[in-house]
Design a protein around this ligand. Structure first.
Ligand code: HEC
Length: 315
């Protein structure tokens, strides 16, 4: 066990990030994986399962060729074992045990090779103002610093996180706004903003909505809809974010300046049937209330590696 763990750590360190030009094709293969697995699992008969399994095996063949070209024998091994298990299903052998075998390859390869070309910076944190909690997107809360001094909320992020207070809850119609200051330029556009409508926060069933900006002068709105899991959270689990409004440029959003700072006041106004999103007092969009989570806890969502100050909170 210890040996296996050591091996995974080692191969993780040595893993090379994917090259940009390969990304899209590779991600297409990966995005076809869950639909293929689902088709195999839910196949009404052997013929349907065989077709889906054949397609999955072909995809793993391409994945294997990719890793051959990268001279990465362990990744190649994961892809080949998965491919052979898919071929076995296509040839009529047991679905359940072969699916488990495939899933183990997904997991093993992801742990070793699903790299991040922008790792979270080390931050010493973990102590938060009374009543406040944070849900980190990955890693632990010790990698996030959040200090409240007077009316100034200061965030220094390792991983991205969603912040909420047990005394900040709203139902029905309300307004919530705050001024957010990105203090230093991030290495690539990273978002931050407001969170509303939170429930079951910190659990795999958590739901909430968020309204973010980033340095290019764009906004984004999405819902968190719990975790997506496959077989079990231990085998595959990812926080499922569902986009409600894609990244959109708006002139009301002040862009990052040459000093790396970006300052905007973000506001959310919940009415009987709509939610109005504002930046610096200007409406950037409005959406039907039914598309969002609005009742519940609220707070902030800050992207990874950012230093953000928040003040002028109106709630
Ligand atoms: C041989 C290694 C390997 C195997 C086997 C593998 N994956 Fe992946 N997977 C990766 C890598 C590497 C990435 C990251 C790709 C990137 O960031 O561009 C990835 C990314 C993904 C993604 C995210 C794609 C996106 O939208 O960016 C999904 C979903 C995924 N894999 C599903 C699966 C499933 C399900 C299986 C098993 C049926 C599986 N993968 C098997 C290596 C593997």
């Amino acid at each position: 066990m210890r040996k296996a763990y050591f091996f995974l750590c080692l191969s993780g360190l040595l893993a090379l990030p994917l090259h940009a030009q390969d990304d899209r094709q590779y991600q297409e293969w990966m995005r076809s994986m869950f639909p293929s697995l689902g088709a195999i699992r839910n196949a009404p008969d052997n013929a349907a399962a065989a077709a889906a399994a054949g397609k999955l095996a072909d995809t793993f063949d391409q994945v294997a060729a990719y890793w051959t070209s990268k001279q990465s024998p362990d990744a190649l091994g994961f892809a080949e074992v998965a491919r052979d298990a898919a071929r076995a299903i296509a040839a009529g052998s047991d679905k359940t045990s072969n699916l488990r075998k495939i899933q183990a390859q997904c997991n093993g390869c992801h742990m070793a090779h699903r790299g991040d070309d922008d790792p979270d910076r080390p931050i010493k944190g973990g102590k938060f103002p009374a009543g406040w909690s944070v849900i980190p997107d990955r890693g632990t809360v010790d990698q996030i610093s959040y200090v409240l001094s007077g009316n100034l909320y200061r965030f220094a992020m390792g991983p991205a996180g969603t912040f909420y207070s047990n005394s900040w809850t709203k139902l029905g119609n309300y307004e919530f706004s705050a001024r957010l200051t990105q203090k230093e330029a991030p290495s690539h556009p990273i978002s931050y903003g407001l969170m509303i409508g939170g429930s079951s926060l910190g659990t795999p069933n958590e739901t909430y909505s968020y309204f973010l900006v980033r340095n290019r002068g764009e906004y984004y709105i999405a819902n968190r809809e719990g975790d997506r899991t496959w077989f079990s959270p231990r085998i595959y689990s990812t926080k499922l974010a569902v986009t409600v409004a894609e990244w959109t440029a708006h002139p009301a959003i002040v862009k990052q300046g040459t000093d790396g700072r970006q300052i905007n006041t973000l506001g959310v106004q919940v009415t009987d049937d709509q939610v109005i999103f504002k930046v610096n007092g200007t409406e950037v969009t409005r959406l039907p209330k039914g598309k969002l989570h609005t009742d519940g806890m609220y707070g902030f969502r800050i992207g990874h590696n950012l230093d953000v100050d928040v003040d002028q909170v109106t709630r």
